[in-house]
Design a protein around this ligand. Structure first.
Ligand SMILES: O=C(CCCCNC(=O)Nc1ccc(S(=O)(=O)N2CCN(c3cc(Cl)cc(C(F)(F)F)c3)CC2)cc1)NO
Length: 242
């Protein structure tokens, strides 16, 4: 049996093609796997489990079918959907993972992260992240009426659109020193993350030994995933949308 990793789908109403690719991936791949890990930025935006949009409901129904079929599902927050809560996880039959988390992947300790915390050169973003991940800030935000939160979210997204002249927000790459520091801190020789939208497999030297960093791709034009099983090392795979 296999273990699958995906991230950075950035699901949103305006991208029906990505949602369809995800539903196809669940049917063709996830349904027959042992476990599926979604490592953040699954949704493009999330302002509370109480919003219950048609998209969120449709995706929850599809994931529930997979977990009811016996596939174990894990979810990690990304910088977009860090407000996904226990309620939504219960609806999909998934478990929220801390960032980072070490898992035993067929005998190899493997560090899982979204990856945004590795972009230490983006000082402005790290300040933004510290506020967004602050539990008091989150509690205050979630206490506000839904319409209020929807307005703030629209304004925040318009701000970043204006700042980037309507282009995609620039995502800085990880800082290699931070990658090595975190892998040494957790005593691992393998890391899987997303966030940077720069899919690749990188070699590093961690505690004087060779280590590997697998970066997942975003789903703007292709399905990207990592597949691991007991007989082979993890493989980074991609497929064009059907
Ligand atoms: O994206 C990249 C590139 C890096 C770019 C990083 N930029 C990025 O992440 N932007 C962003 C992320 C989420 C959303 S949001 O619409 O989902 N939503 C907005 C309101 N949120 C909020 C929460 C709290 Cl606690 C407190 C407040 C407060 F206080 F401001 F009102 C608001 C909750 C989340 C909107 C924009 N790589 O992936």
């Amino acid at each position: 049996m296999s273990t699958l990793f995906i991230s950075d789908l950035h699901l949103e109403e305006s991208r029906r093609d990505i949602t369809d690719a995800f539903l196809g991936f669940l049917e063709a791949k996830a349904m027959h796997a042992n476990a599926l890990y979604i490592l953040g930025d699954f949704f493009e935006a999330w302002i509370g489990d109480d919003e219950r949009t048609p998209l969120q409901e449709e995706v929850a129904g599809a994931l529930r079918k997979v977990t009811d079929a016996g596939v174990t599902l894990y979810l990690m927050h990304g910088n977009r959907d860090f407000l996904i809560g226990e309620d939504y996880c219960n609806r999909i039959g998934g478990t929220l993972l801390d960032d980072p988390t070490v898992v035993d992947l067929y005998g190899t300790p493997t560090l899982l992260m979204h990856g945004d915390s590795l972009c230490t050169a983006d000082v402005e973003y790290q300040k933004f992240r510290a506020n967004m991940r602050n539990k008091q800030w989150q509690a205050m935000f979630l206490k506000r009426p839904l319409e209020d939160r929807q307005l703030v979210a629209r304004q925040l997204r318009q701000m970043s659109m204006a700042k980037n002249q309507g282009k995609q927000e620039f995502i800085m790459d990880v800082t290699p020193d931070e990658v090595v520091r975190v892998m040494e801190e957790y005593g691992v020789k393998r890391l899987i993350h997303g966030h940077t939208h720069r899919p690749a497999i990188h070699d590093h030297t961690v505690a004087g030994e060779p280590a590997e960093r697998f970066v997942l791709g975003d789903w703007d034009s292709h399905v990207w995933w990592i597949e691991a099983d007991e007989n082979q090392p993890p493989e980074l795979k991609k497929e064009a949308f059907r």
